[in-house]
Write a protein that binds this ligand. Sequence first.
Ligand code: SF4
Length: 282
Amino acid sequence: MLILRADEMGMCFGVRDALAALDAIEVPADVTIHGELVHNPDVLRDLDRRGFRRSPEQARTVPATPSVLITAHGVSDRERQRLHAAGKRVIDTTCPLVHKAHAAARALAAAGCRVVVIGRRDHVEVRGLTEDLERPIVVSDVDDVASWPDRRLGVVCQTTTQVAFAERIVAAIRAANPAAEVHVADTICSPTKARIAAIDALLPRIDALVVVGGRDSNNTRQLVERARRGGVPTLHATGPDDVAAGWFAGCRVVGLTAGTSTPDGVIAAVYARLEAIGAGAG
Ligand code: SF4
């Protein structure tokens, strides 16, 4: 069984930088991670083991520790000010590409647009994007698109949105609001685009695909959905234990990719498991 790795996969620079910031912290017990740093259970377990505190994404209580770390997903200015006002030392690891999405939303609002955010309503990044805006609209699916009374609409995306999905939503918004000016800012991040392009290049060459990543990881799930829509049997594995030999019966070429929050070690372990299955298959 041949294993083909996607050209681009795994942790993006935003998550790597956030983890590097954590590594530089001398007293983890003094720091609360505000929300989920990455949607990956292995990474979260490791942070707990090292003594970091974590507050749930929905929490609006002020953490007890003297320092609070804002994750790569970012928060609203309102939330950042709330933490400063409570006297917390804020360690900000917001990804620069999330900052860029915030700036795009602010610019559209300043230009008189009602801002429409394409993304998961319950996701911490979307909450950060919308909390500073007046009457924002969140569209998670095409069914959320409606005819709105606004003359100017400004569309931004959660950074991990698939381009094709965003295009479908924007087309639906234009169709439902023919009299409105619809302005679109491209806020989908480059690592997300690169991983999708890599999977598209892989799909015609493989019999099956393994996508490694946490069950709650937005971009991991999108990779799985994309491959399945492309007609390729796809296994979503959180680690090597999810990879069973029987699933690959009859497969000659298997592709491997991973979401942006998946640690290198987990990808390597899944790769090793696939190699063992391949060797067993002779
Ligand atoms: S997925 Fe994109 S926006 Fe999010 S942390 Fe990674 S690079 Fe930044």
